[in-house]
Design a protein around this ligand. Structure first.
Ligand code: 8DG
Length: 132
């Protein structure tokens, strides 16, 4: 049985652009792009987990808004269920701590990056949400 990993990702929107974060060269999914976030811990709601992870990883705070989607992807190291939420910055400016790079992209440009496979359905929905 593969490990099941419950993950939340923050789609932080500011001034019409979306924050994208690149994973480092070591570890799983090297160099791929993702939404900042991480694993939900026991006793936390997904939204609480996301606020905790963003404070830890980006040293800023966000308000967690609408859920975008939940998708499951089977990697070789485990089965990731990723839930993404729209977020807005409430204090501070995202600072690089764990990621190799962060960039702000317009929704229509998100597919220029090489995303972690679990993120692809969310990317499509985000693009759609901004073109209506
Ligand atoms: N944070 C985040 N993780 C994602 C996304 N898409 C995706 O497949 N993942 C995967 C990568 C990791 O395997 C897992 C998130 O766990 P984590 O944030 O603790 O990542 P990690 O690589 O530091 O975990 P680990 O290797 O130490 O176990 O979910 C995403 O958009 N955001």
């Amino acid at each position: 049985m593969k490990k099941e990993i419950n993950v939340v990702g923050a789609v932080i929107v500011d001034d019409g652009k979306v924050l994208c974060a690149q994973r480092g060269p070591a570890g799983s999914l090297p160099d791929l792009w993702e939404f900042p976030g991480g694993k939900v811990e026991t006793g936390e709601t997904p939204r609480e987990a996301l606020q905790r992870e963003i404070t830890e990883e980006l040293e800023c705070t966000v308000a967690v808004g609408d859920r975008i989607t939940t998708t499951t992807y089977e990697y070789d190291f485990g089965i990731v269920t990723l839930t993404t939420f729209f977020c807005e910055l409430t204090a501070g400016t995202p600072r690089l701590t764990e990621h190799a790079e962060v960039v702000w992209l317009k929704p229509e440009d998100l597919d220029e990056l090489e995303w972690a496979p679990a993120d692809i359905p969310a990317i499509e929905l985000i693009r759609g949400a901004f073109t209506t």
